[in-house]
Design a binder for this molecule. Structure first.
Ligand SMILES: [Zn+2]
Length: 103
């Protein structure tokens, strides 16, 4: 096991872990319950951590995580249903229409 990163919250930690797993990297979220005692321990010790099970995956996992963390922030109006899409999404969450223009 090798530590990959701290996540600011459990939701994000789980999201990252899911993404890494989908990419074929075995990983685990540790300290997932530490948030409950945040305030009693230093903040950097109360955040969930992502660990890769196989240290050989570490570099690839780090690159993937870096991509995810720096996903461009988008703000666009769906041409299909006029929903305003806010975030790194290239597809409308409401109706599935792809973001207009060059991807
Ligand atoms: Zn839409």
């Amino acid at each position: 096991m090798k530590r990959l990163a701290h996540a600011p919250n459990l939701a994000l930690a789980t999201l990252w872990a899911d993404m890494l797993t989908a990419a074929g990297i075995s990983c685990r979220v540790l300290r997932e319950h530490a948030c409950a005692i945040a305030g009693q321990i230093p903040p950097d010790q109360s955040q969930p951590e992502i660990w890769v099970l196989d240290a050989a995956d570490h570099a690839r996992a780090l690159a993937l995580l870096d991509e995810l963390r720096h996903a461009p922030h988008r703000h666009w109006a769906c041409p299909g249903c006029r929903e305003i899409i806010d975030g790194p999404f290239e597809q409308c969450w409401n109706c599935g229409t792809a973001m207009p223009g060059p991807a």
